[in-house]
Design a protein around this ligand. Structure first.
Ligand code: FEO
Length: 396
């Protein structure tokens, strides 16, 4: 836990959760995470923007008290998910005069998830403002980054945007602010890939709203504060665009090295074609690395053995996840080694129902890859090379 004065009358209350290794029981956190709350003191009123995770309430209250405030008038809730709203009931309890300020959808979710009573809410809408005395908060709706109720709070006089999850990163650091480092870029990309990517179509409109404000700082509720907002705005523009790279990701499982032989052969043939490749053995792969690859790749290849009459469960899991993340991937191929039958390929196609691109090929072989399989794999590499070339992804 840490309190950091960002500027006069603006404090960051930073819950540093170094040891957390999983978020939503799904997303790996190699370095842990932070939950950022912000306290703003006006001449007449005090506002708290977001709080912390339900796991860290006690520490949060202790940090809040350490700032020396004797009242909180407004608890601004930019997002109802419990990693930011978890301490709202405790803050309401500690400062009974305070009221939760948020949009109607968020209020509904807070009532549902935290059982905050109706009379503790002040409901605001697009463009509404609150005067704290020399400091004005303005609310803009930034839906679906990443829940339907997400909003951004602007501090007008200081030109600061409090964006909650939007632009966040799971990167705990006591440097607290950053003008943009490669480490932060990667952490923010990982975060985008895991959390925001399914809502890619909603991102540009929300970026535009923030950019129109020309903020001097972006204060997210995870990771460092951006003192150079264009760093993360430009990154989001890039990630949410239709742009893909000359890159193939091969997600594979191999039980007895049959699939692996095909994958290794294909990997070399793709390299020969001038196509870049990332290979993920799903038994040891990092979900975040796969999610990040799905932001960039033009082509995805899923390679699996048949087991229990369908795809290996790990392949099923990652195909399901890829489907949920809705990658902008243009081309797909499936490789399958089977023993005596099964419906592996049909099952995978059904699971990947959000994929609207082109299936370049499906290559199935019995047991080890035979001559026909190797010829098909070579043809597949050539076809991918041609697609990437005709799309202008291969420069030479
Ligand atoms: Fe950081 Fe959607 O919560």
């Amino acid at each position: 836990m840490a309190v950091k004065k960002i500027k006069e009358d603006l404090y960051l209350i930073n819950t540093l959760h170094w040891e957390r290794r999983l978020f939503d029981e799904l997303i790996p956190l190699p370095e842990g995470t932070t939950y950022n709350a912000y306290l703003i003191k006006g001449k007449s009123k005090t506002a708290l923007i977001d709080t912390t995770d339900t796991l860290k309430v006690e520490e949060f209250l202790s940090d809040l008290k350490s700032i020396g405030i004797n009242r909180i008038d407004y608890i601004i809730s930019n997002h109802a998910e419990q990693d930011h709203s978890g301490a709202i009931p405790a803050v309401l309890n500690l400062f009974p005069e305070s009221i939760v300020v948020t949009n109607e959808k968020c209020a509904e979710l807070l009532k549902t998830h935290l059982q905050i009573p109706q009379d503790k809410f002040m409901v605001i809408g697009e463009g509404d403002t609150i005067d704290l005395g020399g400091k004005t908060l303005k609310f803009i709706m930034t839906p679906w980054v990443h829940w339907p109720e997400t909003q951004t709070t602007l501090l007008l006089e200081d030109k600061i945007a409090f964006t909650c999850d939007f632009f966040g990163s799971h990167l705990p650091t006591t440097e607290f602010t950053s003008d943009g480092t490669p480490e932060l870029y990667t952490a923010a990309k990982r975060y985008y890939a895991e959390i925001m990517a399914p809502f890619r179509n909603m991102i540009p409109k929300n970026i535009e709203k923030i950019e129109n404000f020309s903020p001097d700082m972006i204060c997210p509720s995870h990771g460092p504060i951006y003192t150079n907002p264009q760093f993360i705005i430009n990154a989001y523009k890039d990630w949410s665009s239709n742009k893909v790279e000359n890159l193939v990701a091969i997600l594979y499982v191999s039980m007895h090295h049959s699939v692996e032989r095909a994958v290794r052969f294909l990997e070399q043939k793709l390299i020969d074609e001038g196509v870049n490749v990332k290979v993920f053995n799903l038994t040891v792969a990092d979900t975040g690395e796969i999610a990040m690859a799905l932001i960039d790749i033009a082509t995805l290849i899923i390679a699996t053995p048949t087991v229990l009459a369908s795809a290996h469960p790990l392949t099923v899991y990652y195909t399901y996840l890829a489907n949920a993340l809705r990658p902008k991937t243009k081309y797909l191929a499936i490789i399958n080694s089977y023993g005596w039958g099964g419906k592996t390929v049909d099952d995978l196609k059904n699971i990947f129902s959000n994929f609207k691109g082109e299936i370049i090929d499906v290559i199935s072989f019995k047991g080890l890859p035979d001559q026909n399989a190797y010829e098909s794999l070579e043809k597949l590499a050539k076809a991918i090379g041609e697609k990437h070339r005709s799309d202008g992804l291969i420069k030479n």
